[in-house]
Design a protein around this ligand. Structure first.
Ligand code: WAQ
Ligand code: MG
Length: 251
């Protein structure tokens, strides 16, 4: 009996009334874990380094088992860069390697780098032209209804790989769901948490972590999903927001 539980928190009122996005989270959990998950989400919203939330929305929905699909987790790679300039150059190179047109890769990078504050969701961009394709303004498209198959095993697996923080856990699940979508070419991401400067480029094949994608202290982060020309945008958005997905570690 799995339930989708989603949280979004904002400062100076709800997002839809102009509030500033502070934090969000999405999980698929057993009924018995709902209460603890909701409490953890509340704590996270109220103690976030981005600011003092005064609006929190927690949404809980039953998910019928037959709606859930399973997808594999992306393999993880890491590259350390000495500075933001080299980190971002490495990101552009990986985007191009994944099939994003060089001009579009640069457009995506500038779109994130030039945000004045974080969005709640992601920008969808054409991998060929670099044009933004979604029309959600500064809200963005929020990927939801996903989780890891076996949380305890996932935790141990991450520790074994020297990678155990909540940013990585959540980003790997999100990037794996996104990469499995038809039409996705690549994703570029860095966190909006001021202290967290590592980001990643994901493709269909890999989750590639990159250090120094932004300056420490910056509260501006975001995500760009690059998609192939001709991708059905409505189907993609429905998948990202609504398709329940469980991410499995092979083996
Ligand atoms: N769907 C779409 N976009 C999202 C979602 C979501 N569920 N969650 C966050 N975003 C967007 C939104 O614009 C945020 O401002 C931005 O991404 C950053 O979110 O391997 O922590 O949760 O060391 O701050 C990546 C590297 C960490 C992890 C990413 O993102 C690693 C991170 P955050
Ligand atoms: Mg954040």
């Amino acid at each position: 009996m799995l339930y989708s539980i989603r949280m979004r928190a904002a400062e100076n009122g709800p997002h839809e009334k102009g509030g500033r996005h502070i934090s969000g989270a999405e999980r698929l959990v057993d009924f018995k874990d709902l209460e603890a998950t909701a409490v953890a989400m509340l704590t996270r919203a109220f103690t976030h380094s981005r600011g003092q939330a005064d609006f929190i929305n927690i949404n809980i929905e039953y998910i019928p088992q037959e709606q859930i699909i399973e997808i594999p987790i992306l393999p993880i790679y890491s590259t350390a860069s000495p500075s933001v300039v080299t980190g971002r150059a490495a990101a552009v190179a990986l985007l191009i390697k994944a099939g994003v047109n060089p001009k579009a890769a640069e457009s995506g990078l500038s779109a994130l780098a030039n945000l004045t504050d974080s969005m709640r969701g992601a920008i969808i961009m054409c991998a060929k032209t670099g044009n933004r394709l979604d029309n959600t303004g500064n809200r963005g498209i929020r990927v939801s209804r996903m989780d890891i198959a076996d949380e305890q095993y996932f935790g141990k697996w991450l520790v074994k790989n020297g990678l155990s923080n909540i940013h990585i856990r959540e980003a790997l699940v999100l990037a794996s769901k996104v990469a499995a979508a038809p039409g996705i070419v690549a994703e570029l991401c860095w966190s909006d948490d001021p202290e967290y400067t590592t980001g990643y480029v994901a493709s269909k094949e890999a989750y590639h972590r990159l250090t120094n994608l932004k300056q420490p202290g910056s509260p501006v982060g975001g995500r760009i999903f690059f998609i192939a020309p001709g991708t059905n945008l409505n189907d993609l958005i429905t998948y990202l927001q609504e398709q329940p997905v469980i991410v499995k570690i092979p083996g």
